[in-house]
Design a protein around this ligand. Structure first.
Ligand SMILES: Cc1cc2nc3c(=O)[nH]c(=O)nc-3n(C[C@H](O)[C@H](O)[C@H](O)COP(=O)(O)OP(=O)(O)OC[C@H]3O[C@@H](n4cnc5c(N)ncnc54)[C@H](O)[C@@H]3O)c2cc1C
Length: 302
C-alpha cells in the first residue's frame, strides 16, 4: 500500500519516521517471499502513538515487522503498510544481572553480548534469527530454553489504550510459541534477568547449540524455521518425515530434505506455492494421524 494522504506524509518528518516507498518484503523476510508496500521506520518510541493515531484516522492498516524470520507474506501489492523499529543506541544496557534490550536489537547479538559480560542462560537461543521484539512476541525457544523465562519487564505500546506501559514479567504469560500480549501490542524494550556464568562456560553451550542446528537444519536455504508448532506430546517434523514428505514440493516451495518441519524457498517460490504446500502437508498429517497441525509461521495475507 502506498501512502498518498498528504496529512500523513506531512506529519512524518516531525515524528522522525522515515518512509521507504514500494519496498519488497521478499528482501526483508528470511523466506524471500512477499509483495511490496511502504515501510515506515520508527526512530523514537514516543512517536508511535502519534503515528498510529494518524494511520487509524485515515484508515491505513499496518503490521509490525521485526527481523522477518517467522513470516510468510502474501504476493503482489500488499493492502497494509509495514512498521519497523530502528535500533536504539545503545541497544543493550547492563546493570548487574539485568540486561535492558531494545526490541529492535538482534537476538543473536544480544545472546553473545551478554555472554561476553558473563551473563548466560540464553545459550539455547543462539541461532534463532530475528529481533528481540519478535522473540518476545513468539516466545522464541530452542533446546529447552525460551526467552520468556528471563523476562522481568516489557516496555510495550498498547494500541487499545494508545499509550506506552511497563508490564512486569508476572503480568505476561509465556507459553509454547504463544504469549498473552494483545495482537496489536508493540514490544519496545525488555528487561531480562540472566544468571551469572563464566564466559568460557557460556561459549561452550553456544558451540554445542550451534553444532546441533548445523547438523539438523537447512541453514543455507531460505526458510522461516519450523512451519508448524509441535502438537502436544508430538513432533510435527517426525510425522511429516514418516509420511515420506521430505522433498515434497509445490512449485519452488519444498519440504526440506534435512528437517521435515522446515519448508524452504528453493528458487522463486510464491506465497501461493508455500500456502498450497502447507495446506497439502497439513491435510496429509490430518488424514494419517488425526492431528491438525497449527502454523508456527505467521502468515500476512490480509
Ligand atoms: C533458520 C531459522 C531457524 C529458526 N529457529 C527457531 C527456533 O529454534 N526457535 C524459535 O522459536 N523460532 C525459530 N525461528 C523462527 C524465528 O526466528 C523466531 O520466531 C523469531 O523470534 C522471530 O523474530 P523476528 O524479529 O524475525 O519476527 P518477525 O518474523 O518479523 O515477526 C514475527 C511476529 O512477531 C511480530 N513482531 C515482531 N516484532 C515485534 C514487536 N517489536 N512488537 C510486536 N510484535 C512484533 C510480527 O508482527 C509477527 O507477528 C527460526 C527461523 C529461521 C529462519
Amino acid at each position: 500500500m502506498r501512502i498518498s494522504n498528504d496529512k500523513i506524509l506531512a506529519a512524518l518528518p516531525a515524528l522522525e519516521v522515515e518512509r521507504r516507498r514500494d519496498v519488497s518484503l521478499s528482501g526483508l523476510t528470511s523466506l524471500g517471499i512477499g509483495g511490496t508496500t511502504d515501510l515506515l521506520l520508527i526512530r523514537r518510541h514516543e512517536s508511535i502513538a502519534g503515528l498510529l493515531k494518524l494511520l487509524d484516522e485515515h484508515g491505513v492498516p499496518h503490521k509490525f515487522l521485526g527481523g522477518g524470520s517467522n513470516l510468510l507474506v502474501m504476493d503482489g501489492a500488499l493492502p497494509f503498510v509495514v512498521l519497523q523499529l530502528v535500533k536504539g543506541d545503545p541497544e543493550i544496557v547492563l546493570e548487574g544481572n539485568m540486561a535492558t534490550v531494545d526490541a529492535a536489537a538482534d537476538l543473536g547479538h544480544t545472546v553473545t553480548y551478554c555472554a561476553k559480560h558473563n551473563l548466560g542462560g540464553m545459550e539455547g537461543l543462539i541461532g534463532v534469527p530475528g529481533t528481540v521484539g519478535g522473540a518476545l512476541r513468539m516466545n522464541a525457544g530452542a533446546y529447552g530454553t525460551q526467552i520468556g523465562s528471563f523476562v522481568r519487564e516489557v516496555k510495550v505500546y498498547r494500541a487499545a489504550e494508545r499509550k506506552i506501559e511497563i508490564l512486569s514479567g508476572g503480568q505476561i504469560s509465556f507459553e509454547y510459541r504463544h504469549t498473552s500480549f494483545a495482537p496489536d501490542d508493540m514490544m519496545l524494550s525488555v528487561k531480562l534477568e540472566l544468571p551469572s556464568k563464566p564466559y568460557s562456560e557460556i561459549l561452550q553451550g553456544i558451540r554445542i547449540c550451534n553444532e546441533k542446528r548445523r547438523s539438523s537444519q537447512p541453514l543455507g536455504q531460505k526458510s522461516a524455521g519450523c512451519i508448524f508448532k509441535n502438537p502436544p506430546g508430538g513432533s510435527a517434523g517426525r510425522m511429516i518425515d514418516e509420511l515420506g514428505l521430505k522433498g515434497f514440493s509445490h512449485g519452488d516451495a519444498r519440504v526440506s530434505e534435512r528437517h521435515a518441519n522446515f519448508f524452504v524457498n528453493a528458487g522463486k517460490a510464491s506465497a501461493a506455492d508455500m500456502l498450497a504446500l502447507i495446506a497439502e502437508v497439513r491435510e496429509r498429517v490430518q488424514k494419517a494421524y488425526g492431528v491438525t497441525l497449527e502454523n508456527e509461521v505467521v502468515v500476512w495475507n490480509a
